[in-house]
Design a protein around this ligand. Structure first.
Ligand code: ZN
Ligand code: ZN
Length: 289
């Protein structure tokens, strides 16, 4: 994997040589904003925010995930869910572009800035409401600036959970790619700096939504997709609205508690929600086979 992994990222081959294991503390190697605008309450789209100073609020949320080394292209696409859909060279995860499983709130289009604090920082990232699981919703300029060269195809900035690489917005000869150049999953087959013979790869678009990746065009382990928090019935993952209702908590509180770690830490999530681990496990549907 010829990507420029940050020092906080460890990439190791699995013993059978078919996958690689990505481990990081979940925090990006670049600077964070001094403060974030964090939604209060569960209303959507978000209306009420509080300013949270980053120090003491944004927490490391370790990532440890195993991803195929030789991705397999699939004609059938799999919808991405909320939560981690890929891992980036900076050490932070990529989420899709949405803030809710109904896909009605696009984080990049719901930017709020108040007293100098923003919902999304200049890297197009932010933490969850509890300060955990910092993540990107779009191409992070803080990362692409360090690896991209003008007039050339973007350099690899991450890997989606299906194993196909992720790039910034620059296509061949540095032209900015958009939806017209890409398939429904924001991918295409072509040469990249790391794969000169050509490979299917994703681009994070900057001129058109979705900005992130709406579907996997590679075969993806259903347990990975579900552990990354699911996307409701359409995504094939758990219906978190229903789980939240069963538990008597809000969906946002549930998502925040489960975080982006895979598989979720049920014990910690249950304690964050003030319920028993047994109750949480009972409410969560088993992953499909
Ligand atoms: Zn977010
Ligand atoms: Zn490309």
């Amino acid at each position: 994997m010829g990507a420029k992994w940050s020092d906080n990222v460890t990439v190791t081959l699995t013993s059978d040589g078919t996958s690689f294991r990505y481990q990081s503390n979940g925090l990006p190697s670049h600077d964070l904003a001094k403060a974030y605008l964090v939604p209060i309450g569960q209303e959507q789209p978000f209306t009420n925010f509080e300013i949270k100073a980053t120090d003491g609020f944004v927490k490391a949320s370790p990532i440890d995930v195993t991803i195929p080394l030789t991705p397999v292209y699939s004609e059938t696409v799999t919808q991405t869910s909320l939560g981690m859909i890929g891992v980036m060279i900076s050490g932070a995860p990529l989420f899709n572009d949405y803030e809710n499983p109904q896909r009605s709130i696009v984080a990049m289009d719901d930017q709020h800035i108040q007293d100098g604090a923003a919902f999304l920082d200049s890297c197009n990232g932010h933490p969850l409401q509890q300060g955990n699981s910092y993540h990107y919703h779009a191409s992070p300029p803080c990362v692409t600036q360090t690896v991209d060269t003008g007039g050339e195809h973007s350099a690899m900035i991450g890997v989606l959970l299906d194993g196909f690489p992720i790039y910034g917005p620059q296509g061949d000869a540095g032209t900015i790619v958009g939806n017209a150049d890409l398939d429904e999953c924001s991918g295409h087959l072509g040469r990249t700096p790391e794969f000169p013979a050509g490979i299917y790869h994703y681009h994070l678009t900057t001129k058109d939504a979705p900005y992130s990746i709406d579907c996997y065009h590679g075969k993806v382990d259903a347990s990975l997709v579900n552990a990354a928090m699911g996307g409701g019935p359409r995504g094939g993952g758990p219906d978190f609205a229903a789980v939240a209702q069963t538990l008597g908590v809000t969906q946002h509180a549930l998502m925040d508690a489960l975080g982006a770690q895979m598989p979720p830490n049920f014990k910690a999530a249950a304690s964050a929600l003030g319920i028993t681990e047994e109750a949480l496990r009972a409410a969560m549907p088993p992953p499909p086979n």
